[in-house]
Design a binder for this molecule. Structure first.
Ligand SMILES: Cc1ncc(C[n+]2csc(CCOP(=O)(O)OP(=O)(O)O)c2C)c(N)n1
Ligand SMILES: *[C@@H]1O[C@H](CO)[C@@H](O)[C@H](O)[C@H]1NC(C)=O
Ligand SMILES: *[C@@H]1O[C@H](CO)[C@@H](O)[C@H](O)[C@H]1NC(C)=O
Ligand SMILES: CC(=O)N[C@H]1CO[C@H](CO)[C@@H](O)[C@@H]1O
Ligand SMILES: CC(=O)N[C@H]1CO[C@H](CO)[C@@H](O)[C@@H]1O
Ligand SMILES: [Mg+2]
Length: 645
């Protein structure tokens, strides 16, 4: 209720078409304090989106269109919000996406993209570190079409913010390079809010934050206390509140006609704005057919036909190459064909190899470091901010986005990655230095639990390719994905090209790499340990007469989606299966009877020595394989895939 006046002013001047919520050049709005979603749902109802009064009545009920926090799939909801701090970062990603589209496609007399990204956030968002990461970057990037409102109400769940949050937010944001306008009576000063928005639009080199000092639950008997943060008002309170604002206290869920009439003006002008834009775009298409075709294709989300011919393939005779380098070769090879690809790194460009040679940096032109048409983003050391910004870029539409860092530090961004999976943003993490194989940097940098963690996320692909063909497969699946994010775990050390890998086979998530008739055991593995499994298989046959087949399982999620028959052909009944991965064994029981992994932290030293220390060498694998074969000898062995349901 404290935000209702500002929200009224904001939405009244926004441009959007509620009948076509996907229109590219709409103004976008993100409610970063997602717990205040009753406000958003009310706005969406009043401004003509597909939200009925019944939808509002069903607030927070099972399968309603008005869930406990705003969800991406709902009409007029730009991103899922609720975990505090994320929404403002998403809005920053959208403003970056808009700046890029404008720089790439606008032409003299053709302002194809010129619209605004708005956001409301609260004390909670401001306290979260992820917001600091992204807001600092937004200031550096001078995103002048971003206008955010700070709900400065001095209340969070623990009560008055004076118990934990006493910084000067204005000074902090100014130090980040933001323009800050303070509306001291956000409860009533409608004109002040309108003027602040006008002023914000005149600033050409900074994002703006409109600081609104408000009273939480304004008008309620409990206004200004945390008592109104989450609990419904008592009937007597609602009665006095309605009387105070001139409504009939005996009526509920009633919108006076004059309110509809007022907001209809905004709806009508939004519809007209879209029609004008469509006309503009038709003329643009005549004068700039290539650009128009590219933009239309990108909005549709379809890739150019035959783009996969750009994916590199290798032969077993090709040299051993680190998969982070193989990843760079893919990016270098596809970036021209896929202009929607926009990527970056959290300050590990040189190690991560995420930048193609001719890439232009995404930077404000005034820095002399790049342009907004640039497609390489310098995120700085801000993994979590990068993840949340990527979600915003993805939600904007017309982009495919990736970000690079060490696999271990993707965990810093797990709050954002979880939302990628939950809301279906198909962003890509280029996660290098994927194991103890990174060597000297030691246990602080060596991922152990990371893959198990991300594999446990619903709707998340976690690729760990074993060679060049598998790296191309991982990129193929990740880039073509429409609703599933990917983590691509890549090695620092060189990996040989495996006889028998292919893009098609690896694209199934798992496949038989070394087929053995009447196998005594199957070794199942990922990434850098697949070549080790192949080596161990040869060693076992030569020294022990044990026949070991080898399965490569580059992505659990994709493999799980294959038919039962296919999966059973890879992991059949009757053969014990041993998994080999230099990581936590958690999760591997789904595909194997016995696990060889690393359920402790790693060690600092040269990579080959660290591998030997943990016995990840052909002898270490072979001795465990032998024990597994002996243990299962004469026992009935059922495939781990066979379950009651
Ligand atoms: C990351 C995260 N941590 C904790 C919460 C739980 N939570 C929901 S609202 C809230 C307080 C937010 O305070 P503020 O943003 O000032 O909102 P107000 O009470 O003013 O509406 C908290 C801690 C959350 N939603 N997200
Ligand atoms: C696809 O691209 C490859 C390599 O660029 C080319 O050789 C082939 O003819 C193309 N195929 C089609 C159907 O366009
Ligand atoms: C990679 O895939 C291609 C095409 O499927 C295949 O010809 C080649 O032999 C594969 N390379 C290896 C190393 O298996
Ligand atoms: C092209 C277009 O429709 N631009 C609109 C962007 O939004 C502003 C208001 O926020 C409108 O005035 C423009 O017409
Ligand atoms: C192969 C490569 O580019 N290696 C570089 C990785 O990044 C470090 C700095 O972080 C450089 O020293 C390496 O040369
Ligand atoms: Mg607050």
């Amino acid at each position: 209720m404290g935000l209702a006046p500002a929200a009224h002013v904001l939405y009244s001047q926004m441009r959007f078409n509620p009948k076509n919520p996907e229109w590219l050049n709409r103004d976008r709005f993100v409610l970063s304090n997602g717990h205040a979603c009753a406000l958003l749902y009310s706005l969406l109802h009043l401004f003509g989106y597909d939200f009925s009064l019944d939808d509002l009545r069903n607030f927070r009920q099972l399968n309603s269109k008005t869930p406990g926090h705003p969800e991406f799939e709902l009409p007029g909801v730009e991103v899922t919000t609720g975990p505090l701090g994320q929404g403002i970062c998403n809005a920053i990603g959208m403003a970056m996406a808009q700046a890029h589209i404008a720089a790439r496609f606008n032409k003299p007399n053709f302002e194809i993209s010129n619209n605004y990204t708005y956001c409301i956030f609260g004390d909670g968002c401001m306290m979260e570190g992820v917001a600091s990461e992204a807001m600092s970057l937004a200031g550096h990037l001078k995103l002048n079409k971003l206008i955010a409102f700070y709900d400065d109400n001095h209340i969070s769940i623990d009560g008055n913010t004076n118990c934990a949050f006493t910084e000067d937010v204005t000074q902090r944001l100014e130090a980040y390079g933001w323009n800050v306008i303070w509306v001291k009576d956000g409860n009533n000063d409608i004109e002040g809010v309108a003027k602040a928005i006008e002023q914000a639009k005149k600033v050409t080199d900074k994002p703006t934050c409109i600081r609104l000092t408000t009273t939480i639950g304004y008008g309620s008997l409990n206004e200004g206390t945390h008592g109104v943060h989450g609990s419904p008002l008592k009937p007597a309170d609602i009665k006095q509140l309605k009387e105070k604002w001139g409504f009939n206290p005996d009526e509920s869920f009633v919108v006076p006609q004059e309110v509809h009439d007022l907001y209809q003006k905004t709806i009508d002008s939004g519809i007209a704005a879209e029609q004008e834009w469509n006309a503009l775009f038709s003329k643009y298409a005549v004068q700039y057919p290539e650009e128009a075709a590219e933009l239309s294709r990108r909005i549709s989300g379809e890739f150019p036909a035959n783009w996969t011919s750009k994916l590199p393939v290798y032969t077993p005779a090709d040299a051993a190459v680190a998969s982070r380098k193989l990843s760079e070769i893919v990016i270098e090879s596809v970036h021209d064909t896929l202009p929607e690809l926009i990527g970056g790194s959290a300050d590990l460009t040189g190690s991560n190899l995420t930048r193609w040679k001719e890439a232009i940096d995404f930077q404000p032109p005034s820095t002399g470091l790049g342009t907004y048409a640039g497609r390489y983003i310098r995120y700085g050391v801000r993994e979590h901010g990068m993840g949340a910004i990527m979600n915003g870029i993805s939600a904007y539409g017309a982009f495919k986005t990736y970000g690079g860092t060490f696999l271990n530090f993707v965990s810093y961004a797990s709050g954002a990655l979880r939302l990628s999976a939950l809301s279906g943003h198909p962003v890509i993490w280029v996660a290098t230095h994927d194991s103890i194989g990174l060597g000297e940097d030691g246990p602080t940098h060596q991922p152990i639990e990371t893959l198990a963690h991300f594999r446990a996320l619903p709707n998340c692909m976690v690729w760990r390719p074993a060679d060049g063909n598998e790296t191309s497969a991982a990129y193929k699946q990740a880039l073509e994905s429409k609703h599933t994010p990917s983590v691509i775990a890549l090695s620092r050390q060189n990996l040989p090209q495996l006889e028998g890998s292919s893009i098609a086979k690896a694209s199934r998530g798992g496949y038989t790499l070394v087929e053995k008739a009447d196998a005594d055991i199957i070794l199942i593995s990922t990434g850098s340990e697949v070549s080790l499994a192949v080596e161990a298989s040869k060693f076992l046959e030569e020294t022990k007469g044990i026949k070991a087949g080898v399965v490569s399982l580059p992505d659990f999620h994709t493999f799980d989606q294959q038919s039962h028959d296919y999966r059973l052909s890879v992991l059949p009944d009757g053969v014990p299966i041993l998994s080999i991965e230099v990581m936590s064994t958690s999760g591997w029981a789904k595909y194997s009877h016995q696990q060889f992994g690393l359920d402790r932290f790693g060690a600092s030293g040269p990579a080959p020595k660290v591998y030997d220390f943990f016995e990840f060498n052909k002898e270490g694998v072979a001795s465990r394989a032998e024990k597994t074969v002996a243990f299962y000898k004469g026992k009935h062995v059922s495939s781990p895939l066979n379950k009651a349901f």
